[in-house]
Design a protein around this ligand. Sequence first.
Ligand code: ZN
Length: 436
Amino acid sequence: MHFLTILLAGSALAQDPQYDLLLKGGHVIDAKNHLSAVRDVAIKDGKIAAVAANIPATTALRTVNATGLYVTPGLIDIHVHFYAGTGERGSYAGDLSLYPDGHTFRNGVTTVADAGSSGWRNFEDFEDRVIKRSRTRVLAFLNIVGNGMRGGRYEQNLEDMEAKPTAEMALKHKDVIIGVKSAHFNGPEWAPYERAVEAGTTANIPVMVDFGSNRPERPLYDLVTKVLRPGDIYTHCFSGLRKEQDETTGGPAKALIDGRKHGVIFDVGHGGGSFAWRVAAPIMKAGFVPDSISTDLHVGSMNNGMKDMLNVMDKFLAMGMSVDDVIAKSTWAPAREIKREELGNLSVGAPADVSVFKLDKGSFGFVDMHGARMDSTHKLICELTVRDGKVLWDLNGITRDRWDKLPANYGPQGDPKWDGYRRVAPQRPAVKKENK
Ligand SMILES: [Zn+2]
């Protein structure tokens, strides 16, 4: 009987089903296509092939039951630090950074943008060490500091902040460099921001600003209404460290309101020290919501209040944002901000980066930068992550068959057409290995 089943499965394979992978019956949230409804999502050759009601299971090589789950575009986290592996101590171009794949897929994240860990002097080392070796789609904001985030000695050096070589490097690597970053600057000068904007203008990419120390010589209001261009990104918007909050009302400062009118993007960038409940909750309550949700993931923040992308998204659910909005601000919104509109959506033909979430109900706690907690009743759990049509995370084995339903002597399961860990065996002549 088993033998016959295998034969039938074999002949079905030979007929090459219409789709490689089918996610059936999930609640699809696709902000670009204004879709929030139960739909089936079919994938073929790494692309979204169809999104429709009732796509028959027989049309796919592998069908996954996504009933009761959310099916969304792969999450995009535009503020991470992933320039690991250089061995430099106490540096975001070193030991404070993480390797991507161990942190992304388990959170439903398929695309990240490193936020300025490298500059034009060391970007190509970052590319070789991390970007080209990762299955996560790693993009980068290039630091306006040539040496990137190698610590104070480098990051406060105005002489290493040059627009021309920064723009040249960005243009040379248009495929991965999606913006320019300024961060951690303590001085009174406007030069870091002006030069970042100059580089961003030459390379036609946005600038992301971590506004460093609060300095009266360079007020936030001027940054977001005069220095930055529409489409530039102000990250760490709920830190409260640079007068983002109105001192009397507790709501958004005039800088945030007028900055948004000017077209500046306000991004979360939670990090280790950039998200306080006493700032975020009243600003949100006053109706000012962030444009995009991001983590500022690094060795410190992940073991503190930030934790991971889903934990940050959960905080916005806790403040009353809808699941649809939280997903939109972690997919389609960041895709547009970094001008990668082929990502963050489930249009037919788009790369098949898809995530599947369960919304868990219970009692949960969420901690901010100061160690204050907010309680909440909901938590997103990542069940499945698909990058370019390949399953790279499957928490509960929903793509898998039960072991006791398989032939007694079953071998490796999965198919390289949809299983990201099942490689096609290399075709090599059998050569006897010589003893050394
Ligand atoms: Zn950062």
